[in-house]
Design a protein around this ligand. Structure first.
Ligand code: MSP
Length: 690
């Protein structure tokens, strides 16, 4: 059996995990579940990073010893991972005694190989990010978090990072998969090419850390300690060379990390491992940041959203689906409650929920719950020309085959967004097929019974495939669907590498239809989320507020025309005749910031017949924009469309709804019919138009 070992970063337990950092764990869980479906023997590690000055100070502030403090925080992580259905196999915390053995063992090996020496260090250090900011004593702010870096002056042990530059560059060259995505590898390569300096790997003034072997006055630098947890967690401390489990799983297949900690993983970590004579992990994958209200979601910025209220209101699967579907993996993306509810209602409740519900209901109603099998002549695969329906079935089968082919490939590349898009295209095809075949009409005509059987069998077969393919992302809901489809065992045990796994077993008898994703009222759900978040805050007393992207800014209400697309704006009076538009300078033009955006949601605004309320992903955030296109565009058809947004306009209110930007459109004829500007080629969200 092939093995697969994946890790999340180990989290600092001084702060409670929010949606931003939990995202890493959810992504890893989807990968892990998919790998298991492909027959891999998986180890999945997460944990807590418990040493260092930041933790020491937080414990002091809480009136606890560091050890008591971190032990009290650990259960928060266990509980959250359980609530999010994270199927981890290993949890490491760095205050574990065997971790001390691991870290000291790594060091002794590196020291014996001549890569460690002692020297006086003076410089500026950021305690929040646990990183060196400058080797000068001049005051400076941390370039990551912006806080003032503290002065450190002490004699420390240094690791000869500089000795590894060539070997690292050679490794990146020979193993392009080592740092992913590619653009991150380029960043890492240029960092190493620009020259590596030795780094201090011990601390004198801190007590809360792993003791340095042979020097009781020093403890380990927290990153040396933390990275080694990937080894300890699977048994590196056991015996002289680690446990059998360690030998089985190491090297790791993937260390999944956020982009801010790539350097530690792609430069320091491989050098530490090389120095200790250990094999390197196969891939370091860096994902982007989840933003909220236009900025990185982070406790220090006060714009965090916690998972627990969302899990309570919509379920863990809804959150998992939203994040994995909406975030193009590797890139930054924005979180919004509106986007979450929209995805839930349109994709989960409407598309998948409806397909399951109507198919199972009709099977019960027309066939007593039994799926008519090929033995009755209803074999859609073998060209069921029953009543001339073969063409329609063939169309479903074509999409089905492409999904069976492509979705696992996307998942293999950790591109869940694309994989899910493919699955939902298939769901849409089958829904459309049912709408066209009208099984409820066929059911009224006894001569159409065979055709009715073909239609319902085709839909059931499709749903069974969907249940298996979505289960890495929607583990709970997929299992519910599986059971309603009358399938036995666990959906996540279906081995998709086995031949014919997608075949619907003959004699299948479905259960009773129960809504897996009951439709939610948007306003009520937003209010409920707000209520739950408030209760959550009171429980935990942090200051975070449930801010939605559009309510966060408080622009003045400006009476304005019913439009925020460019064409029908009333122009300011111009001294130049209309036939000869005034010339502007390039600097004037540069003042207008236009970016590409993708329409995420679109809905009418009650009482405003010309207006649609859109949310548009402009790369760094999701903006709410009102556009006067309601008479010409159906909201559903706009979803996913790439448009041009003027992003630096003052926000304003249109019919009481905030509009934060303007969609660019051509204005045609006397009516001024708007035609949205879009692109023929694929362009990333947020690209600037110049
Ligand atoms: N303890 C170190 C990791 C040591 S790994 C050997 C650490 N911990 S952390 O708790 O600060 O961050 C954990 C992870 O959460 C990092 O990968 C970080 O990039 C990620 N995120 C924190 N905020 C995030 C977002 N807003 N969005 C996405 N990921 C984010 O760093």
């Amino acid at each position: 059996m092939n093995k697969f070992y994946i890790t999340t970063p180990i989290y600092y337990p001084n702060a409670r995990p929010h949606v931003g950092n939990s995202y890493t764990t959810m992504v890893c869980d989807a990968i892990v579940r998919f790998k298991r479906q492909c027959g891999f023997d998986v180890a999945f590690l997460t944990g807590t990073d418990e040493h260092g000055e930041k933790l020491e100070r937080a414990a002091l502030a809480a009136g606890l010893s560091p050890q008591e403090f971190v032990a009290a925080k650990r259960p928060i992580f266990h509980n959250l991972w359980k609530a999010l259905n994270i199927s981890l196999t290993h949890f490491i915390y760095t205050d574990r005694p065997d971790h001390t053995t691991s870290v000291q063992r790594m060091l002794v090996r590196a020291r014996d190989a001549g890569y460690v020496y002692k020297k006086k260090y003076e410089g500026r250090y950021c305690i929040h990010d646990e990183r060196y900011v400058s080797d000068s004593t001049e005051p400076v702010n941390c370039d990551v978090c912006g806080r003032p870096a503290e002065l450190i002056s002490e004699e420390n042990y240094f690791f000869k990072l500089s000795a590894f530059a060539d070997r690292l560059l050679e490794h990146y060259e020979k193993h392009p998969e080592f740092v992913q995505p590619d653009f991150r590898r380029n960043e890492v390569v240029s960092f190493v090419r620009s020259g590596l300096r030795d780094i201090s790997v011990s601390r004198r003034r801190i007590k809360w850390g792993i003791p340095w072997p042979g020097d009781p006055e020093q403890v380990f630098y927290v990153w040396y300690d933390a990275l080694t947890s990937y080894l300890t967690g699977i048994g590196f401390a056991e015996g002289d060379n680690g446990s059998a489990e360690f030998r089985k799983y190491w090297p790791a297949d993937v260390h999944m990390v956020g982009k801010d900690i790539i350097r530690f993983h792609a430069v320091y970590w491989p050098a530490f491992l090389m120095a200790a004579g250990l094999p390197l992990p196969k891939t370091i994958f860096a994902h982007g940041f989840l933003n909220f209200g236009g900025d990185k979601m982070s406790k220090s910025k006060g714009n965090v959203v916690y998972c627990e209220p969302i899990v309570e209101a919509l379920g863990a699967d809804a959150l998992r689906y939203y994040l994995l579907r909406d975030i193009p993996f590797g890139q930054d993306s924005s979180f919004s409650y509106e986007g979450l509810i929209q995805r839930y209602n349109s994709d989960l409740a409407n598309d998948l929920g409806n397909l399951a519900n109507r198919t199972i209901t009709m099977l019960n109603r027309y066939f007593g719950g039994e799926v008519p099998g090929p033995t009755t002549g209803c074999d859609e695969q073998k060209g069921a020309d029953v009543g001339g329906s073969a063409e329609a079935e063939r169309n479903v089968i074509v999409v089905q085959n492409s999904v069976l082919d492509r979705v696992p490939d996307s998942f293999r590349q950790y591109d869940f967004s694309r994989g899910l898009e493919g699955i939902w295209h298939f769901i849409g095809t089958v829904n459309q097929y049912l709408t066209e075949r009208q099984p409820w009409v066929l059911a009224e005509d006894p001569t159409q019974r065979e055709r009715l059987g073909v239609v319902l069998r085709t839909a059931t077969q499709a749903l069974r495939i969907v249940a298996v393919l979505v289960s890495p992302v929607l583990p709970k809901s997929a299992q519910k669907l599986w059971e309603q489809l009358g399938q036995h065992g666990s959906v996540d045990e279906v081995d998709i590498e086995k031949p014919d796994w997608e075949e619907l077993p003959s004699g299948t008898r479905v259960g009773h239809p129960e809504p897996i994703f009951p439709r939610l009222d948007k306003e009520e759900t937003l209010a409920r989320l707000e209520e739950l978040a408030e209760a959550d805050r009171n429980r935990d007393k942090p200051k975070e507020a449930l801010k939605s992207v559009q309510t966060e800014k408080t622009p003045e209400a400006v009476p304005a025309p019913e439009s925020s697309i460019s064409s029908p704006q009333s122009p300011a009076p111009s001294p130049v005749p209309a036939t000869e538009p005034a010339k502007i300078s390039i600097e004037d033009f540069a003042k207008v910031e236009m970016r590409t955006g993708e329409i995420k949601t679109a809905e009418p605004i009650p009482g405003a017949k010309k207006l649609l309320k859109l949310t548009v992903d402009i790369g760094t955030e999701v903006r709410q924009v009102c556009a006067g296109i309601a008479e010409y565009y159906e909201p559903e058809k706009l979803i996913g469309m790439k448009v041009v947004v003027v992003t630096n306009l003052q926000p304003r209110k249109l019919r009481g709804v905030e509009s934060n930007g303007m969609i660019v459109a051509a204005s045609i004829g006397e009516t001024g019919q708007p035609v949205l500007v879009t692109f023929k080629e694929d362009v990333p969200n947020g690209a600037r138009l110049k």
